[in-house]
Ligand binder design. Structure first.
Ligand code: FAD
Length: 372
């Protein structure tokens, strides 16, 4: 087989995972990232067993476990009474059942683990992709600095505002959900409440309102993620500061243990949540998309990063032994293997009922991207 030169727009979680998966098939991969460098932005990423098994197969599992926490349970509680409505065993039970545990990790640590598995010259920072054009001689990526790169195939892993998606399917806008999220990280030793080693979801009076907490940085910190309906806040930034008192006011009627979590928050970020409806197609010729570029979702099932990682593994497998004239078919195989599952998770996330009172986690956690 002749190795293909594959370009990837976006060196986020999905793009970096895809680069590892494609290099494992013998292809040359170049990642183009708009950011000049990566800072320690964002906070949590929740990796459920389906994603951890995918990452283990990519060879990054050991690095993840150096900083990740391993939640003991996945607990659901009601916002007012505090009643526990479901409790799933994770940790060793998840390893026995699904072949991998749940891990919670700082986004920057996950990105570092992925990018350090690639040669340094595989990632070109400060290169913002503007559009793509496919000609007989190959796929041509045009950058905003006026330069161009020719490759045999291109993957758009450039997030919810994907330039590649726009190049393929035209301009549209992600839809504001009317929901905002607050995120905060609190040292665990400042909290005197039970179950800090578990993933706990406090279900609110309406589906859009909830508080999720789980351990971060091997349990030294506790991550707090709260959502609520709010129509007049549209900023999508991952770094914009929010007001901790506003956060406490929004959830003032929640159970005392939930309020105790919020009482400890000093720094909060606030971000509006956007979505798109599932797309009918992801690929055109030798160009395809993955992750948030293909299926952005609200975080109520905590599967955004997990779906991007599963995409990357399935895409890598679809490209095994593929030469230039087989790329378009391989991309169609990949999207056919992934569309129904990601659409189901997108819609399930929007509904926000999954595992509220028990229910089946196997269809999400038991998916094996290495055999699917
Ligand atoms: C800065 C940041 C912080 C985040 N923090 C959190 C968090 O704390 N918790 C959480 O659950 N989720 C967070 N997310 C979202 C989460 O990481 C994604 O939903 C998920 O991992 C899907 O990954 P993705 O690779 O498809 O997209 P993304 O993670 O969004 O990655 C897309 C990458 O493409 C790059 N890019 C975009 N446009 C272009 C272009 N035109 N040319 C070249 N490069 C481009 C972006 O800079 C980014 O690095 C964050 C995303 C970002 C970008």
């Amino acid at each position: 087989m002749t190795a293909l030169t594959i370009g990837i727009s976006g060196a986020g979680i999905g793009g970096a995972a895809a680069a590892i998966a494609l290099r494992a098939q013998g292809h040359e991969v170049v990642l183009f990232e708009q950011a000049a460098e990566f800072y320690r932005i964002g906070a949590d990423i929740n990796l459920t067993p389906n994603a951890v098994r995918a990452l283990d197969g990519l060879g990054v599992g050991e690095k993840l476990r150096e900083t990740a926490a391993r939640p003991t349970y996945r607990i659901s509680r009601l916002w007012d009474s505090g009643e526990e409505t479901s409790r799933l065993e994770m940790a060793d039970t998840a390893v026995e059942k699904y072949g991998a545990p749940q891990l919670t990790i700082h986004r920057a640590d996950l990105l570092t683990a992925l990018l350090s598995s690639l040669p340094a010259d595989a990632v070109r920072f400060g290169k913002k992709v503007e559009c793509v054009e496919e000609l007989n001689a190959g796929v041509y990526i045009q950058f905003t600095d006026g330069s161009e790169f020719r490759c045999d195939a291109l993957i758009g892993a450039d997030g919810i505002h994907s330039a590649i998606r726009t190049s393929l399917f035209g301009q549209d806008s992600p839809e504001f959900t009317g929901i905002v999220s607050y995120r905060s990280v609190v040292p665990s030793d400042r909290l005197d409440i039970p179950n800090l080693d578990a993933f706990t979801k406090w279900w609110g009076p309406v589906p859009e309102m909830q508080i999720v907490t789980f351990p971060l940085n091997r349990g030294r910190d506790t991550f707090i993620f709260a959502t609520t309906p709010q129509d007049d806040w549209h900023h999508e930034s991952w770094t914009m500061a929010g007001d901790p008192d506003e956060l406490r006011e929004v959830y003032r009627d929640f159970h005392p243990e939930a309020r105790a979590l919020l009482a400890a928050c000093t720094d909060v970020t606030k971000s509006a949540l956007y979505v798109r409806e599932p797309l009918p197609a992801w690929s055109r010729g030798a160009v395809t998309i993955l992750g948030d570029a293909a299926h952005p979702m609200v975080p109520f099932m905590a599967q955004g990063a997990c779906m991007a990682i599963e995409d990357a593994v399935v895409l890598g497998r679809a490209m095994a032994g593929v030469a230039r004239d087989g790329v378009a078919q391989a991309f169609l195989r990949y999207e056919e293997a992934r569309k129904a599952r990601t659409a189901k998770v997108q819609r399930g996330s929007r509904g926000n009922e999954w595992l509220k009172a028990g229910g089946n986690a196997d269809w999400v956690y038991g998916y094996d991207a290495w055999t699917a």
